[in-house]
Design a binder for this molecule. Sequence first.
Ligand code: B12
Length: 417
Amino acid sequence: MAWLALLLLSQLWALAGTSARVRSSCSVPSGEQPWVDNIQVLMEDSVMPSTLPNPSVLIAMNLAGPYNLEAQEDLTNELESSDTADLTTGQVALTIMALNSSCRNPGSKVSDLQREMESWSPPAPREEATAFYSPGLAILALCQKNSEATLPIATIFAKALLANTSPFHVGTGAVATLALTCMYNKTPVGSGDSYRNLFSQVLKRIVENISMRIKDNGIIGNIYSTGLAMQALSVTPVQPAKKWDCEQTMTIVLDEIKQRKFQNPMSIAQILPSLKGKTYLDVPHMTCRGDQGVAPTVPTYPIPVPTSASNITVVYTINNQLRGVDLLFNVTTEVSVNGGSVLLVVLEEAQRKSPVFKFETRMTSWGLMVSSINNIYENANHKTYWQFLSDGTPLSEGVAEYVPFNHEHITANFTQY
Ligand code: B12
């Protein structure tokens, strides 16, 4: 009798994945499609053997339908041979989804991630919301492989999210929505009702928070969280009180693409699925045929690169007031650089003028991140990092992308997250 009940339960779990999903979406007008093709080609061209293999790029190119099949194959092979011991939890999760999207078996990477998540200690209630970003990716990846085995971890994740009191973070909320929507869809009605209630309660809270971050122009959070937020709002089984205008968000995203806001391969990887009407929940349903990828004749849209012959002056302050770090300082300099230069050039110029402005960087999926200034290093265990601000407002781009204006005051502040 017991085995019959078990059999019935597992059948229900198997069926539950196919439950209907609510989906609101909108699409890119056909006349605007070349802009989307342009950034996709830019993203695919970033795949090179010398660079860090980026699983988000592979997911995006597979969801969109790859143009550069050689890049797709190379990236898939590189990710397949990567060793989970060298990767963080979030990177393993993205690698699993990327291999799935290429119809490859992620093999032991799934059990490695499952094991790691079984010993995961959830963030304390006052810890930064971004602490849920990578665990959210992990639950999403595990849910897509075996939702039943993921249930205990997803329950801990959902309860910890409910208990968290720190300010809401759109990108993290979007990833959590994708993860919990996957769990919700795959938990059978009836036997799994208490879990479904928990997931929908948490989803309701997150989706309301995301919808409160929709600006009048349609941007959700900031322009770089909008892609993931669009995915979240288009799959969630619980709708926000305020209806989301997908078309309006699509229009502003296309405008920003035309303004060259999406040149970084990682920013493209996070916006492209939404532009193609796809989400990370589509990853397990990919069909991999060898005949995809007829490259579009990419029109050369003349996107003007803003350059200026004249120099600009940037005021640059480095500040460390964190207790426990020996050296306290607040030093300001003025540097002159070519108009149109990125912030990195300002940092280099300041370093050239004085050793106090010495800095180091490390390579990440988003490009160069500043890891130290004046010999004070970021430290993941202490949750410290160098934050960049313009006249007191945090920048929404990194130093290799942000272009300062004349007389701007940039501060690098050593702080905690
Ligand atoms: C967590 C997080 C952080 C943490 C990372 C450390 C940690 N251990 O958690 C901290 C707080 C340090 C951080 C810092 C910054 N971040 Co941040 N961050 C994120 C977030 C929410 C998740 C990243 C993550 O864990 N990914 C999952 C793992 C598996 O991928 P990963 O590639 O291994 O992750 C690494 C990189 O993402 C890197 N990283 C994180 N942020 C940034 C930003 C830049 C510019 C670079 C180059 C690298 C980088 O740190 C991660 C851990 O090592 C993303 C959101 C998103 N949509 O991606 C924003 C995000 C990537 N960050 C962003 C920004 C703007 C910054 C800052 C420039 C903010 C500032 N004003 O100073 C700084 C970097 C400054 C510097 N020193 O160079 C933007 C980038 C947009 C863009 N076009 O460049 C994002 C997309 C958020 C947003 N929507 O605005 N960030």
